[in-house]
Structure formats: structure tokens, C-alpha cells
Design a protein around this ligand. Structure first.
Ligand SMILES: Cc1cc2nc3c(=O)[nH]c(=O)nc-3n(C[C@H](O)[C@H](O)[C@H](O)COP(=O)(O)OP(=O)(O)OC[C@H]3O[C@@H](n4cnc5c(N)ncnc54)[C@H](O)[C@@H]3O)c2cc1C
Length: 319
């Protein structure tokens, strides 16, 4: 075992955290893709979260926070460092008057349900989105022309130094599918300002969504919608519906979904995404940008963690 894992294990002794070593991440992503994390730490309170971030800093180890893995494409080589997950203690949703407070691990769908129960409207667009509040704030999640920041009033975050801060409107970004807070901050809680009234029923919104989206493993819309035209429409016009690379395919049902048809590798999906980008650009001059987060991020790893085709192919051949 490399020393840093022992050091981090020691630093976490006595804290409310569960540690796993060499944990395959495929089971933690909706794509069903992803090699092992050197260390997976599930934290059960803020002190443990601050403790693991401090231990990573001390040991000079990379870390990532993972929600429900519904917006990530993880390398088949996995992640060298620590993956931090928030335990169910972070999954609370509380409503007082028209203010809804949710832990970062709460599901976006749970928020829509809680708001409906409390007779509040404004959060119904979150119904059926399979991720968490924390993950949602990484891309300002939304649907039906609404985004989280339309209703977000405060975000509580934990920084590198372990200090908790509350960001108010004006302190956070609100752009379409852009990070709401800096990506080196961990979101621990969000506060939404809703309105009294009857929302569109959660079940109706879920059905609307499921009627348009494939049920196969995916990470939702792969690309952000350019201003001029939805990405799905551009991909469809490029004749790419049903196009495959290995076991990855552009969904026949919704062209902005790349699906894992069974046993797809990281590179199947990644290369298919590159083909889609190239063909759409050739046809329309529009450069699509990924909405899905590719991990490890090439810019963060500085190349040392970059997935290499040979390595990943090797893993695929072993399957
Ligand atoms: C079938 C399907 C439908 C979808 N539909 C939609 C949709 O309609 N609209 C939409 O916007 N998205 C949609 N998505 C994408 C996804 O569900 C959302 O982006 C969701 O908010 C991601 O949350 P997560 O917990 O799964 O995040 P993850 O995928 O686990 O993580 C995503 C990013 O957020 C970061 N992150 C996670 N937790 C935290 C935290 N606590 N603090 C800081 N950073 C954090 C991660 O490091 C990563 O960079 C869909 C996905 C699927 C599979």
C-alpha cells in the first residue's frame, strides 16, 4: 500500500468516515463505466469531510467529490487519489415557510417531491433529474428552460482549508450549465427560495422527461446546448442518431444522449463524443462543448493522470 493511503487512513481514524481501497467506480456512475479509485472515502459529517480534504492536502494527493455519478465519464484506468462521497447524513431536505434547505447529497428529485408536499412551486423542473444538489451545482442543472440558480438563494461550501462559507446571490455564478461555485469547493448545503402555490405534479414532469429520454445507461445530455440550436437537433441533422463506436451509441431516441449499450469502455464513449463534435462542426461550424465531466480532467492531472488508450484498451480486453 502506498504510504499516502496509510497516512490518510490514520488521519481519518476517529472521524465518521468509511474507507475503501481500489474501489471500481463503474458501480458509482450511471454510465456504468469507470476503473478503480485508489481510495474511496464516504464521509458522514462535516468534520470528516474537512478531515479528508486536509489529509489529502497534507499528503499532496488529488481528490474528487462524487455525487450519484450521473454527470461524469470516468476513465477505465480509474482515479489516482481519493474519491470523496457524502453519506446519507447529507441527504436531508427541510422546508420552512417558502424556503427549502437541502444537504448537498439530497437528490434533485427529492427536492421537487418535498416542495410539492409543502405546497411550494418553482422546483418542479428538478423532478426526475437523477443527480444530487452538489452535482447539480457543478453544471447549474436544469430542464424545461429553468436552472437551479433561478431558485437558489444561498450555497454553503467547504473550501480547501476546511473553512465553511455561505455564498449569497451575487457571490455565485448563474450561467447556463456553468459551474455555480469554484470547482475546488465542496458544496455542503443549498437554500432555495420558492413560492407558495401548486406546482405541476412531480409525476407529470417525470413522465414528460422519460417519454423523451432513453432508459439505457448514460450521463444525460452529453453536450451543452449552443445558443442557436439544441445540441440534439444538430447531432440529428449530422445524421448521427444510432452511430456507434464500440459499445457506445448515439441514442436513437434523443441524439444528445450517448448510451452504453452494454460493456462500453471510457474510450468508446470518449471517441464517439469526438466524432460527434467533429461532424457537427463540419456541418454547422458550431463547436459543441461537453456538459458531462470527464474524470480525470486533463487540465487538473497535467497529463500524469490522463487516460491512455493502450491502458484502457488493455482493461477492456480483459473483460
Ligand atoms: C437519465 C439522465 C437524465 C438527466 N437529465 C438531466 C437534466 O434534465 N438536466 C440536467 O441538468 N442534468 C441532467 N442529467 C445530468 C445529472 O443528473 C445532473 O448533472 C446532476 O445534477 C449531477 O449530479 P450528481 O450527483 O450525479 O453529480 P456527479 O455526476 O456525481 O458529479 C458531477 C460533478 O459535480 C461534482 N460534484 C458532485 N457533488 C459535489 C459537491 N457536493 N460539491 C461540489 N462538487 C460536486 C463532481 O465532482 C463532478 O464534477 C441527467 C443524467 C441522466 C443520467
Amino acid at each position: 500500500m502506498p504510504d499516502w493511503r496509510e497516512d490518510i487512513g490514520d488521519a481519518l481514524a476517529g472521524l465518521k468516515a468509511d474507507v475503501g481501497l481500489d474501489v471500481p467506480l463503474a458501480g458509482y456512475t450511471t454510465f456504468g463505466i469507470g476503473g478503480p479509485a485508489d481510495m474511496l472515502v464516504t464521509v458522514h459529517d462535516r468534520k470528516a469531510l474537512a478531515g479528508v480534504l486536509a489529509a489529502c492536502r497534507e499528503s499532496g494527493v488529488d481528490w474528487w467529490v462524487l455525487g450519484r455519478g450521473s454527470n461524469v465519464l470516468v476513465s477505465d484506468s480509474g482515479l489516482r487519489g481519493v474519491v470523496v462521497m457524502l453519506g446519507r447524513e447529507f441527504g436531508y431536505v427541510k422546508v420552512e415557510d417558502s424556503v427549502l434547505v437541502a444537504g448537498a447529497g439530497a437528490g434533485l428529485d427529492d427536492i421537487a417531491v418535498a416542495a410539492e408536499k409543502a405546497g411550494l412551486r418553482g422546483a418542479e423542473f428538478l423532478a426526475g433529474i437523477p443527480g444530487t444538489v452538489g452535482g447539480g451545482l457543478r453544471t447549474n442543472a436544469g430542464a424545461f428552460d429553468r436552472s437551479l440558480t433561478d431558485v437558489l438563494s444561498k450555497v454553503r461550501v467547504l473550501g480547501r482549508t476546511g473553512r465553511t462559507r455561505t455564498l449569497k446571490k451575487g457571490d455565485f455564478e448563474t450561467g447556463y450549465r456553468q459551474p455555480v461555485v469554484d470547482d475546488r469547493l465542496v458544496v455542503i448545503e443549498a437554500e432555495l427560495e420558492l413560492e407558495p402555490g401548486y406546482p405541476e405534479p412531480v409525476e407529470t414532469v417525470r413522465q414528460k422527461r422519460w417519454a423523451k429520454q432513453p432508459q439505457d445507461p448514460s450521463a444525460g445530455s452529453f453536450f451543452r446546448n449552443p445558443e442557436s440550436e439544441p445540441a440534439g437537433s444538430l447531432i440529428d441533422k449530422a445524421g448521427l442518431k444510432g452511430f456507434r463506436v464500440g459499445k457506445a451509441q448515439v441514442s436513437e431516441k434523443h441524439a444528445n444522449f450517448i448510451i452504453n449499450t452494454g460493456g462500453a469502455s471510457f474510450f468508446d464513449v470518449y471517441e464517439l463524443a469526438q466524432v460527434v463534435k467533429a461532424k457537427v462542426e463540419e456541418m454547422s461550424g458550431i463547436e459543441l462543448e461537453e456538459e458531462v465531466q470527464v474524470l480525470p480532467e486533463p487540465e487538473r492531472a497535467g497529463g500524469s493522470q490522463a487516460p491512455t488508450r493502450g491502458k484502457d484498451k488493455g482493461q477492456r480486453n480483459k473483460d
